[in-house]
Design a protein around this ligand. Structure first.
Ligand code: NAP
Length: 260
């Protein structure tokens, strides 16, 4: 199936590893020129080289913290008029809400709610003017099914989800769509390091913990980031203009419900 994306441009945030990288790679495979961001230049350059070698498309890199104004300005100056915006950043740390102060919450809301909103604000009118735009926010399964230790993620991402529910319906008539992808467990560095921390605390091995995690999913496994990338490509494709303001859960069926 031709996704109709050849020659388009994408700004993919937080994309040197994991889910962001998978989205950048999958878009590049469809002929999209990508600008990828992350804080660590070395890994970012390595990922850019990998995507170029695999796809032959133009890959620009912008090193910086996307949750800061300076980081967003740098990303937007490298890619001011993207056809596609993939919003992503690291998630807030786990913990007990009794220990979180205002500053902790502000950081979480900045990273996982306000950063995507300000990036959308910067690009959405250009997309409307050109009659094509695809915005995908990487959020979390925790938006639908709260994870007890991730209260800041549950809260901040739900705020973004509410905002997007409204805005997506105001821009859809211009062939600009905004949707959210909600990952369950995907085998990325983040999942591995969370499993490592849990292994240290419980005395179990990382492999055993990952196997337990996999058993909790009807699919019997954790997700492959490339599967996530391909779902992202479909939402960004020319064929997805009627998919508006949706929250697509990719969790192997772990969320148990008759309907989403
Ligand atoms: P990951 O493997 O740790 O990769 C995170 C990527 O984001 C790296 O390239 C990292 O590079 C970059 N990054 C992190 N913070 C950044 C910032 N402030 N500015 C710019 N770049 C930044 O993580 P992941 O598993 O792909 O997770 C991506 C998002 O999905 C997170 O918000 C996570 O909470 C959420 N999520 C993941 C899963 C899962 O199973 N993997 C499940 C639910 C939700 P640098 O460190 O060099 O900046």
């Amino acid at each position: 199936m031709d996704m109709g994306l050849k020659g388009k441009t994408a700004l993919v945030c937080a994309a040197s590893k994991g889910l962001g990288k998978a989205c950048a790679m999958a878009l590049a495979q469809e002929g999209v020129s990508v600008t990828i961001t992350a804080r660590t230049l070395e890994t970012l350059e390595a990922t850019a080289a990998e995507i170029r070698a695999a796809t032959g498309v133009v890959v620009n890199v912008v090193a910086g913290d996307i949750t800061t104004e300076a980081g967003r300005a740098a990303a937007l100056s490298a890619c001011p008029n993207p056809d596609i915006l993939i919003n992503n950043a690291g998630g807030p740390p786990p913990g007990d809400f009794r220990n979180w102060e205002r500053e902790d919450w502000i950081k979480a809301v900045d990273a996982n709610m306000l950063t995507p909103i300000f990036l959308i604000k910067a690009v959405v009118d250009g997309m409307i003017g050109r009659g094509f735009g695809r915005i995908v926010n990487i959020t979390s399964g925790s938006v639908k099914s709260p994870i007890p230790t991730l209260g800041m993620s549950n809260g901040a991402r739900a705020g973004l989800t509410g905002f997007v529910a409204g805005l997506s319906r105001q821009v859809a008539s211009h062939n600009v769509t905004i949707n959210n992808l909600l990952p369950g467990p995907f085998l990325t560095d983040r999942l591995r390091s969370n499993a490592q921390a849990a292994a240290t605390a419980s005395g179990k091995s990382v492999d055993d913990l990952l196997a337990e995690r996999a058993k909790g999913s009807p699919a019997g496994r954790v997700g492959d980031p490339l599967e996530f990338g391909h779902a992202c490509v479909f939402l960004c494709s020319a064929h997805s203009g009627f998919i508006v303001g949706q929250n697509l859960l990719l969790d192997g069926g772990a969320f148990n419900a008759t309907m989403g």
